[in-house]
Ligand binder design. Structure first.
Ligand code: ATP
Length: 232
């Protein structure tokens, strides 16, 4: 079976300037993989390239076995979901209507997040930040994606909400075989839900392995964080 995400020798960046180079990354279906690294290490650039928002400068990207350069909307139709810290909800619509648009399976959303049930009649703009992000993730998972790119989906949220979101991501991988790539500022929390992790520094992977092994080597992760930055 093909991997959920596979890159080979991927270089990515802006205006032909590579800020990520030589990236060989693999996420299997049903696997949660954390992508860690300091500010500016290249995590978001990697995610945007996997999502089809940025063209690869070199190398290849295959999502669920499909290689190519399709834009995000086309990849989304084929089962790719991208969730970022920006709450992707229609603020003027009710929670219920948010779960009605965009090919959402409302029953699945409510099965995954029963806490949305009492909020169905509320305008999404009046939900708390955490509730909006739960709705965002519910909308993404309610489209039965094959692959989920989660880029700092828990940014600025309370620890309990972070745990809730990460557990839902884990469950989607375990129960439905979704392949997840997770960028997360909460390194410890990310490594607790992840199967494996890659640590990036200056646009390259400097450490990778099983999440529990990477946890043991957290000081190296921290060194990579301190080294930070993109290639000069
Ligand atoms: P953070 O944790 O701060 O989000 P990151 O690991 O996601 O960092 P990226 O956002 O991918 O890192 O940035 C990698 C490099 O690319 C940085 O040097 C950054 O300044 C640069 N960069 C990011 N966005 C652009 C852009 N639109 N144009 C040019 N360079 C950019």
């Amino acid at each position: 079976m093909s991997a959920a995400i596979a890159t080979e020798g991927l270089s990515a960046g802006y205006d032909r300037r590579a800020v990520v180079t030589g990236l060989d990354l693999r996420v299997e279906s049903g696997e949660v993989v954390a992508l860690l690294g300091a500010n500016g290490a290249g995590k978001t650039t990697t995610m945007l390239t996997l999502a089809g928002e940025l063209p690869p400068l070199a190398g290849s990207v295959a999502i669920d076995g499909a290689a190519g350069r399709a834009p995000l909307y086309r990849r989304a139709r084929r089962g790719l979901a991208l969730v970022t810290e920006e709450r992707s909800v229609f603020m003027r619509m009710s929670t219920a209507d948010n779960l009605r648009v965009g090919r959402c399976d409302r029953a699945r959303a409510l099965a995954l997040f029963p806490e949305l049930e009492p909020l169905l009649d509320r305008t999404a703009g009046l939900l708390s930040g955490g509730e909006q992000q739960i709705l965002t993730l519910a909308r993404a998972l309610a489209r039965w994606p094959r692959v989920l790119l989660a880029d700092e989906l828990s940014l600025g949220l309370a620890p309990m909400v972070v745990d809730r979101l990460l557990q839902a991501v884990r469950d989607a991988a375990d129960q439905d075989g979704v392949g997840v790539l997770l960028v997360e500022q909460h390194v410890e929390k990310a490594l607790r839900v992840a199967d494996r992790a890659y640590v990036m520094s200056r646009g390259r992977v400097v450490l990778s392995g099983r999440a529990d092994e990477v946890r043991q080597r957290l000081h190296e992760v921290e060194d990579a964080y301190l080294a930070g930055g993109a290639p000069s």
